[in-house]
Design a binder for this molecule. Structure first.
Ligand SMILES: [Zn+2]
Length: 108
């Protein structure tokens, strides 16, 4: 396992990659800059640290989508338990609003 890591790092360096002072959030190994991308030789391109370093402004809508999805789950659970007709309609209205926002986010 350790040897495999070193082999991959060496391969990346020989291919023109540059070792960065940033470490991978998954395996704690050093990240490399290779062909304009930040890559972990062990985990591949998609590491949390690489995302944060390479594209700081890339994910705000993803974050909003995550929060809204979590809210939808909470509302759906409430809706399931709700027996009061008026409150059920209120919940449905809130769910509808969230779904509308999610739709708009997808249009972008
Ligand atoms: Zn890694």
């Amino acid at each position: 396992m350790q040897d495999e890591r070193i082999a991959k790092m060496t391969e990346m360096l020989l291919g023109g990659g540059k070792m960065l002072s940033v470490h991978c959030g998954t395996c704690k190994g050093p990240l490399f800059e290779f062909k304009g991308k930040v890559i972990c030789p062990v985990c591949g391109e998609r590491t949390e640290a690489a995302k944060a370093e390479a594209k700081p402004k890339a994910a705000p809508t993803e974050k909003v989508e995550g929060i809204l999805s979590a809210k939808l789950n909470v509302l759906a659970t409430q809706l399931e338990k709700e027996t009061d007709h008026v409150k059920t309609l209120e919940l449905l209205d809130r769910i509808k609003s969230i779904l509308e926002v999610l739709e708009k986010l997808k249009e972008r």
